[in-house]
Design a protein around this ligand. Structure first.
Ligand code: CAA
Ligand code: NAD
Length: 309
């Protein structure tokens, strides 16, 4: 049976139990950071293999953190990692994953129809009080939420974390015209409990960071395609000339060339016609499509513009 959501002193929901759908690069990171902050977290994905991948991503990250915390004490390192995993469960059953959940964060493939299909299914399964959120990079929160009931849309928000989640302090919180203020308040409180700095922005393409970052990444890929410079020299130039920690091609590999391609396609299909995005910014790029079609998705598949194996 579902216990009523506890509330903060202000009356806003107190989020203590989180379900993450999609345990990939981002979902695993979000689940890890929430579990580290003491929440009970369930990760749901499509297969045991995908869940194994989630656990591996989290183990690798926690081990790095544990070694920094207790460099000479392997017992303390193991205790730290085991302690976080004690807050984490993984399942391929959506029903099991959302039972007793205060908040569901979706971090599945960057495709509007797929996200809508998942939320449509969950809306009929989750407790009426459960808050729904999407970690989408670029899609409209309003459009993702439109498949949910009136009451659920009042408890629907964008919660956009950054890669790698354990390291990046920013989370963008995106409300729609229907999101209730106490839901936004609950999410801002959760961000702070997870050691993150939240910002709020309108439900526009790419919110703040990606509106500026994605056109830059796509233009860098066009630069490679035109032969203006090599991927390595473009990255070196931006690190030494603009002070970024990763060059745009390494960062594209890090984000995932598949995800970047999904973002560009989503804007081409949804946001050019509304006049929000300039068609030239998201024109198809042959070299990007070719890499993705060859399964070269970047760091997560071992190869993209650079080789990681
Ligand atoms: N888990 C735990 N610790 C991690 C980690 C992880 N996944 N990744 C890095 N770290 C830690 C390392 O242990 C290291 O710690 P110390 O400095 O204390 O030793 C520190 O972070 C630095 O890591 P590295 O030494 O490996 O290398 P780095 O200095 O280059 O840092 C990085 C790695 C933090 C990823 C850095 O390169 C960086 O900030 N890159 C840019 C990332 C970025 O721009 N992200 C946003 C992408 S856009 C997005 O996410 C939105 C979207 O929708 C697409
Ligand atoms: P990913 O490919 O690493 O992981 C996606 C996961 O979702 C996979 O494990 C896949 O099995 C699972 N999945 C797909 N369809 C599913 C479904 N119907 N039900 C349950 N699980 C499903 O992708 P990612 O990089 O983690 O991106 C996930 C989301 O986060 C996307 O919306 C992306 O735009 C966004 N995002 C990505 C980044 C980044 O840098 N990669 C940063 C911020 C936000």
């Amino acid at each position: 049976t579902y216990n009523a959501i506890r509330t903060l002193s202000t009356g806003a929901p107190d989020i203590q139990r989180l379900t993450v759908f999609g345990g990939g690069l981002m979902g695993a990171g979000i689940a890890q950071v929430a579990a580290q902050a003491g929440l009970k977290v369930a990760i749901a994905d499509l297969s045991d293999q995908a869940l194994e991948n989630s656990r591996n991503i989290i183990t690798k990250s926690l081990t790095r953190i544990a070694r920094k915390k207790n460099p000479d004490d392997s017992a303390a390192q193991k205790q730290f990692v085991d302690g976080v995993f004690a807050n984490l469960t993984t399942t391929t059953s959506a029903q099991e994953a959302i039972a007793d959940s205060d908040l569901v964060i979706e971090a599945i493939v960057e495709n509007l129809a797929t996200k809508q299909e998942l939320f449509r299914r969950l809306d009929g399964m989750a407790d009426p009080k459960t808050i729904f959120a999407s970690n989408t990079s670029s899609l409209s929160i309003r459009k993702i939420a439109e498949v949910c009931s009136d009451d659920r849309r009042k408890r629907f928000s964008g919660v956009h974390a950054f890669n790698p989640v354990p390291q990046m302090k920013l989370i963008e919180i995106i409300s729609t015209s229907e999101t209730q203020p106490e839901i936004t308040e609950a999410l801002l409180d959760l961000c702070k409990r997870m050691g993150k700095t939240p910002v709020q922005c309108a439900d526009t393409p790419g919110f703040i960071v990606n509106r500026l970052l994605v056109p830059y990444l796509l233009e860098a890929i066009r630069m490679v395609e035109r032969g203006d410079a090599t991927a390595a020299d473009i990255d070196t130039a931006m690190k030494l000339g603009a002070g970024v920690p990763m060059g745009p091609l390494e960062l594209s590999d890090f984000v995932g060339l598949d995800t970047l391609s999904h973002i560009a396609r989503g804007w081409r299909e949804e946001r050019v016609q509304t006049g929000e995005i300039d068609a030239k910014q998201v024109e198809e790029i042959k070299i990007l499509d070719k890499l993705v079609s060859e399964g070269k998705k970047g760091r997560k598949s071992g190869e993209g513009f650079f080789n990681y194996s």
